[in-house]
Design a protein around this ligand. Structure first.
Ligand SMILES: [Zn+2]
Length: 77
């Protein structure tokens, strides 16, 4: 198993408002940054993270990579 932001938090539920009809749409976090279709008005639009989110996500991925490396290297004494 590989630890990553998406593997840990990708299934997190989030809700956004459709930019056209303002209907509340339920999404998974890993659907952000891809195109989604509003179930109400069928408008397709791309969901974007807020500014700063990508940097946080990258930092989490970096930290997890280090953590995974640490997990693979136990000292047996
Ligand atoms: Zn809509």
């Amino acid at each position: 198993m590989s630890l990553s932001f998406n593997s840990l938090f990708g299934e997190q539920d989030i809700s956004i408002n459709c930019p056209v009809c303002k209907e509340i749409i339920e999404l998974k976090l890993n659907q952000v940054d891809s195109e989604v279709e509003c179930p109400n008005c069928k408008n397709k639009f791309k969901v974007k993270f807020k500014e700063g989110f990508s940097a946080s996500k990258a930092a989490v991925d970096d930290a997890l990579k280090g953590f995974e490396k640490a997990l693979g290297g136990f000292d047996e004494k």
